[in-house]
Design a protein. Structure first.
Length: 176
């Protein structure tokens, strides 16, 4: 697993455009980019399952099969994902709204009353997921106030349902 240092490109250093946008402006703009919703899970060092709701998930490469997501450094979970050496991306159905909210809420006992099991890579897999991608940690990159985790997909499990959608800060069902 490689950790890559931030770099300055020619474009960054030579750009006459020095202005930037505020974080809230970017958050608002990204709100109009409709995404699915995932719950990313991993095994903590003490052997207990951990997970959080994530919509920064995307695919990266088919050969090798790579996906990525980014973790807010405020969550203080970087070491957990480093030591887990992997994670599962559980793509959630619209019917799992309460689980999606539970895995984003502070102080929630997230795995209590949640059906899950240890997958082939010994990372937690959620039973309700539409699709679960078990990953080996492939690389970690700095991403400003987030850490970007890239995983190599080593196992895929398909469930059933239609996907949850996240748009302008609201959870809903995929508009079919
Ligand atoms: C729809 C949605 C998408 C989210 N996406 C991300 C994300 O991509 N990365 C992230 O770090 N937090 C994301 N969050 C926030 C985390 O779920 C939340 O901060 C996390 O559950 C905090 O976990 P902790 O209490 O264990 O630190 C998202 C929340 C919601 C509701």
């Amino acid at each position: 697993m490689e950790t890559v240092a931030p770099f300055e490109t020619e474009t960054q250093s030579d750009s006459p455009q020095t202005a930037t946008v505020a974080g809230q402006q970017l958050r608002d703009a990204m709100g109009s980019f409709l995404t699915g919703v995932t719950i990313v899970t991993a095994r903590s060092e003490d052997g207990t399952p951990y997970g959080l709701t994530v919509n920064s998930f995307n695919s990266v490469s088919l050969d090798p099969p790579l996906v990525l997501w980014s973790l807010d450094l405020k969550n203080n979970r970087t070491d957990l994902f480093r030591s887990a050496k992997g994670f599962t991306v559980n793509i959630m159905p619209a019917s799992s709204e309460s689980l999606i909210r539970k895995f984003a809420a502070a102080d929630a006992d997230r795995f209590n009353d949640t059906i899950w099991y240890w997958g082939v890579s010994k990372q937690p897999v959620l039973d309700e997921a539409l699709t679960s991608l078990e990953c080996r940690l492939w690389a970690e990159y700095p991403g400003g106030d987030h850490a970007i985790f890239v995983g190599e997909v080593i196992d895929i499990r398909h469930g059933q349902g239609s996907p949850a959608a996240y748009f302008k800060g609201r959870l809903s069902a995929f508009p079919e």
